[in-house]
Write a protein that binds this ligand. Sequence first.
Ligand code: SF4
Ligand code: SF4
Length: 442
Amino acid sequence: MGASSATLQDRIRAAGVVGAGGAGFPTHVKAGARAEFVIANGAECEPLLHKDFELMVHAPERVVAGLRLLMQATGARQGILGVKAKNAGAIAALTAALDDDDVRIHTLGDFYPSGDEYILVYEATGRLIPPQGIPLDVGVVVNNVETLYNIAAAAEGRPVTGTWITVAGAVARPVTFVAPVGLSYREAIDLAGGATTRDCAVFVGGIMMGSLADDLDAPLTKTCAGLIVLPAVHELVRRVRQPEPAMHRIGRSACDQCSLCTELCPRYTLGYEVEPHRVMRSLSFTPKGGAMWNQFAALCCACGLCTLYACPEALYPKEACDRAKQDLKAQEIRWSGRREVEPHPMYEYRRTPLAQLIRRLGIAEYDRPAPFATVDIRPRRVVLPLQQNLGVPAEPVVAPGDRVAAGQPVAEIPAGALGARLHASIGGIVREADGRIVIESE
Ligand code: SF4
Ligand code: SF4
């Protein structure tokens, strides 16, 4: 625990730690910042996922240790653990692991998306991140609780070789466990007793912000929070599989500009200029003609609420925002919206309760606990994509035929680039080292 900031940053870098809660931002960069607050994001608002809850219950001292290390490294005066009030087990475990008052627990309501950084920072500190800004702009560093767990391990010289995941939905036994990075989705689902439906579809990373898997032999990465299995005929699967041109075509003709998507947008109610109903207007124009409306998508966090919850016509405003952001980027148009941020008077009353979202999504029958299990997983083969982080892909430092031990570095950050080191998650023989690393156990 007594690592100096430079040493901790080096150790985090050497251990290949990346943000476990989303895009995989390399954590050593955050450890080099100066901040007032470090927030542990334990909000876990994606329906059916429970891995952060289970991690806080089963390894609270590791989460707190990682938080304290990051506080030391960044010079932060206070650590805040953001946890939902309903997760009493996690709160009790974390409380027992706290021994000083420079770390406090901030309890959150059970709404979606309470884990969005802009919302979490506001809820926990009362500070509003400036439009297009990051938490550091208001003196805050935010890390997912699993990232903090990995920081604690990194300080002891242990690299990231596993990922906490929940496997839930239409499976025999919803479960949370630590999987070796590179394990296939198929093997992970088998560890939950297998799918209970013959034709299934798998959401990777969550229903709201994840994606549908097109290959069950694809590997789990450091940033994957879980797999949600649904029957292939489920309405959610049908909606997500809709080709993008069809989503926009139907939006063009059927959107009646009721603006419910905007009224329930969490970024809009927090005070940002995100207005998906206006973005829907851009669907009737060329990218140039729609540029004015596209601006209203720039601060969207892609939470999916407008598409999967708010729109009474089952249209696709979130996807219209995705497209709008791409168009703005392609045309190199800078955001020029309102910079002042003031929460909407209805902010507190327009939150979306998770239970209501789960009912609307038609997944209430799958809303079950996914208890942690210690599983002895010995995969015959793991596949390690070279890009599991924001920035550039790692460069292999092993070749086919090499024998590697679990925890050994197999790919490095290119010189001077933003990236993350990659380690073997099992011992064995390297079979591929081009585009990805494939290791087979002996
Ligand atoms: S909620 Fe649906 S119909 Fe209403 S403005 Fe938004 S996209 Fe259009
Ligand atoms: S996805 Fe929709 S609801 Fe979510 S932030 Fe973007 S516009 Fe708002």
